[in-house]
Design a protein around this ligand. Structure first.
Ligand SMILES: N[C@@H](CCC(=O)N[C@@H](CS)C(=O)NCC(=O)O)C(=O)O
Length: 198
């Protein structure tokens, strides 16, 4: 049985919970309270020396980093559709995965942290500029296409969804971003979709 070290309001943990649900993979959840600093406890640092969630105990080892975990889940439980093995397609998916971990992270993800979890926010004054740039990149990519990386949903869509769906938490307005809004609805319509808080 897999065990997810999980924080309920963490968008990075939500990415993992989304794919677990869509792939119908059974997984135990071990709550980690970030506000109490449990992610820095000796027990958690033994699981993930980065002192972060999510971490996924797969038995022989503990995986860290939401993108790495999504790729592992897709490879082990989802097949090529979610994470292609073709080198060209894989590069496109990886490119968008990295954009979620950098451009989205420093933009709308940080806007949410700044408002609700300021001690975890690292982007500071650059959040608004970063957010505008990230939204423009994702809006332009999604204009005229259904999914972020390929012509079907992949781990890139799962990785990008939480930050974009929760823009409102950081007072980021998506009203001028029709393509992102339409894509959010498509992701919500995927079988097994779950909200951040169930
Ligand atoms: N690159 C990591 C980042 C994980 C991350 O930032 N996790 C946050 C919760 S969303 C965390 O544990 N923050 C506590 C800290 O860094 O001290 C991933 O994608 O999983």
């Amino acid at each position: 049985m897999l065990t997810l070290y999980d924080s309920r309001l963490s968008l990075n943990c939500y990415k993992v919970r989304l794919l677990l649900s869509m792939l119908q993979v059974p997984c135990a959840r071990q709550p980690v309270d970030l506000r109490k600093g449990e992610h820095r406890s000796p027990q958690m640092l033994g699981k993930n020396p980065f002192g972060q969630v999510p971490a996924l105990d797969i038995g022989p080892m503990v995986l860290r980093d939401s993108s790495a975990i999504l790729v592992w889940l897709a490879r082990r439980h989802g097949g090529e559709r979610w994470m292609p093995v073709d080198a060209d397609d894989e590069a496109v998916v990886n490119g968008w995965l990295h954009a979620t971990a950098f451009e989205l992270r420093l933009g709308p993800y940080e806007a949410r942290l700044k408002k609700h979890f300021p001690s975890l926010c690292v982007a500071g004054d650059a959040v608004a500029t970063n957010t505008a740039r990230a939204l423009a990149l994702f809006e332009s990519r999604l204009a005229g296409r259904e999914w972020l990386a390929l012509d079907h949903p992949t781990v890139a869509d799962i990785a990008a969804f939480p930050s974009l769906a929760h823009c409102g938490d950081g007072d980021v307005d998506l009203s001028g971003h029709q393509a992102i809004q339409a894509w959010l609805q498509r992701v919500r319509g995927l079988p097994g979709f779950v909200e951040l808080v169930d």
